[in-house]
Design a protein around this ligand. Structure first.
Ligand code: PAF
Length: 280
């Protein structure tokens, strides 16, 4: 496995590989890798000649400086996991390498970012859009793999790829869960033992909400069910629970009869912000 820290070195290497006709699959990450990330690497390996994983904790997408400071950084362990998964190339640049000066560009994703994560994390998708564009321009892969746990991120990136005619295919991949249903996330390692034991309630409430929606409950009724459910667990501070159209992410009043419905939730638990969703 080759590890590059500079843009010029990885570009030189990847260009030489592309000249020989090799296809490239790309998995962008912020490190603190878990089985969910590795499933993206594995998928890329089955669909491309070369798989590149980037590890970069992107400061511009954190609207909360404390969250950036506490974001787990586990480069040695990440390298071991990637090596074991037979990842071909790792790109781990420094912040100075990625941002010799702060970008002046501002990305606005319209209604896609006025809801949920965009509403509660102002500037987050601008930071994601800029770093992902830079990475796409550096790696120039044929495909890029993203986990659907970050449903809104996938929607924003798809929009960006369409609007800016990036020449690559976005491959959304299913969320991986722990045995008790908790969605895998780098932030899970920050949960205390007590909080970790409670965290699967998020998945349970999503299942309950899905059941009720299928039974014909309205969004308003479901929101009451969810509030009631969490009243048993005061440890959770729910930031939002939304019933949304899967494509537009706009809130809807009841189950979508013509397309897919997304249930999306964000909640703080013991100071750690967790998100999850269910699509049906
Ligand atoms: O999903 C993530 O880990 C990050 O948002 C991404 C796509 C790597 C951009 O920093």
């Amino acid at each position: 496995m080759l590890i590059f820290n500079t843009i010029s070195e990885i570009q030189e290497y990847l260009k030489s590989q592309q000249k020989t006709g090799k296809t490239i699959g790309f998995v962008p990450t912020m490190g603190a890798l878990h089985a969910g990330h590795i499933s993206l690497i594995e998928r890329s390996k089955t669909e491309n000649d070369l798989t590149v994983c980037s590890i970069f904790v992107n400061p511009t997408q954190f609207n909360n400086p404390e969250d950036l400071k506490k974001y787990p950084r586990t480069l040695d362990n990440d390298s071991e996991l990637l090596q074991a998964a037979a990842c071909d190339v790792v790109f781990a640049p420094s912040a100075e390498e990625m941002y010799p000066s702060l970008p002046q560009l501002r990305m606005d994703f319209g209604t896609l970012e006025t809801v949920m994560e965009g509403k509660f994390r102002p500037g987050h998708f601008n930071g994601v859009g800029i770093v992902v564009s830079k990475l796409f321009n550096i790696i120039k892969s044929d495909k890029a793999y993203f986990g659907l746990k970050d449903l809104q991120q996938v929607a924003v990136i798809r929009q960006m790829v369409k609007d800016l005619s990036f020449d690559l295919e976005i491959i959304p991949c299913p969320t991986l869960r722990e045995i008790d249903g908790l969605a895998m996330s780098s932030r899970n390692t920050r949960l205390s033992v007590e909080a970790r034991a409670l965290a699967p309630q998020i998945y349970k409430v999503l299942n309950l909400a899905q059941e009720k929606l299928q039974a014909g409950f309205s969004t308003k009724e479901i929101q009451e069910v969810v509030n009631q459910y969490f009243s048993q667990y005061p440890e959770f501070e729910v930031e939002y629970f939304e019933v949304a159209d899967f494509d537009t992410l706009e809130p809807i009043e009841a189950k979508n009869e013509t397309g897919k419905t997304a249930l999306c939730i964000a909640a703080f638990l013991g100071g750690v912000r967790l998100i999850d969703n269910m699509v049906f």
